[in-house]
Design a protein around this ligand. Sequence first.
Ligand SMILES: [Zn+2]
Length: 473
Amino acid sequence: MDRQDLFSYIDSRKDDVIADLQSLIRQRSVSAKKQGLEQCAAVVAGIMVKAGINTRILNLPRDGKSDGQSSIASPIVYGEVKTKSRTPKTLLFYNHYDVQPEDPIELWEHDPYEGKVEGDYIYGRGSSDDKGELITRIKAVEYYLKFFGDVPCNIKFLVEGEEEIGSIHVGEYLAKYHDEFACDGVIWEFGYINEQNIPIITLGMKGLLFVELTATGPNRDAHSSLAVLIENPAWKLVHALNKLTDTSGRILINDWYKEVRDLTEREKAYLKTESFDEIRFKTEYGIHSFLNNAQGIEIQKALVTMPTCNIAGMISGYTGEGAKTIIPSTASVKIDFRLVPEMDPLVQLERLKKYLFDNGFDERSLKVRLLHGEAASRTNVDDPFVDVVSESAREVYGDAIISVSSPATGPMDSFAKNLKVPCISIGSTFIYSKMHSPNEFARIDLLLKTAKCMCGIMDRFASQNSMTEIPLG
Ligand SMILES: [Zn+2]
């Protein structure tokens, strides 16, 4: 019996994969609204136990460090399978069981919590992000165990319930349960499959500085005839925002790019191999051109290497029906800055504050509040773990693309710093599977392929270890 036989066995278990994913989708688990999280952790634990994984629910103490928003962390589902082989190496799967809110519900063609199957598609909130991905990992371990009676290396699971709200406690969990999570490599929670059905292996994530700027004016909304005397906080905010970037998107805050390093030659080479379907992408988002008319390699470069300053939303004054002529009492904006490696979110926050102050905005009338900070992280392109993952992906998908970094943010830095191991993202998510949107779906063919890919990763990870760890003589 070899790996190809295992792959055939996995194909024969398709209905079982679907059934377990459906039971996960059917348990609503919206972290933004604290809905169903403990219940979903229990469902995950049940599926893991059934798979032969030793499973525990981990919690943080209620009086643990507060993040200012919530002092009660969602539970983490911890799983472990020890290999009977002599391989000392441990692979950790990181995933999450929480999902984004389903709104707007009226745009869903099926109940978002039903898990409706149509052809090769399974619909539902979390079907791709991240319950589908999670199932591919659990099922890979289950089928490997059933088929061979053992796993090739030690396996661990960390399944959190707060990824969609910024993984606010994962750093604390990693610190508190340091021994539980000790490992030699991490398979990240997602991975995209492009339009040509080729997996994109991602080696890093951008960081994030999320802030709220609030300008304050009169102590209540005032008659706008007084605009000759009372400064309008909405204007103040607009003037402040206008200082932050130029029209090309370049951030004007002093020293903002100070620590940003150039890509290495190897990273540049990988960048060139990444394909990007410009027409499909524009059609998908209903846009006609990219910022600065970016084309070709500039698009990849922007996604991987460019920090951003994005207005996520702003609010002030009266925008309802008819006229209401007022000077609003406050104006506020939420801004997310994507960061690249070496940029420290707290240092960047101080730079932002100093820059606003130097430009005449004082803390009394323009407050800057930190909402979330997360550093970027990148696994070295030369790490041997990259070969383990890319060979396993090529075996199943026929090809693979290596991406130096995702343009998105995740708590990879917490893992890299706490566990000091490489983290690589590979998975089953078709790139246009409507994650975070109505009618999210997963492709069943990709779920099965990714389960196989995970088996290949376990095998290669274990054997790479034995080649390097067996002492000579
Ligand atoms: Zn998500």
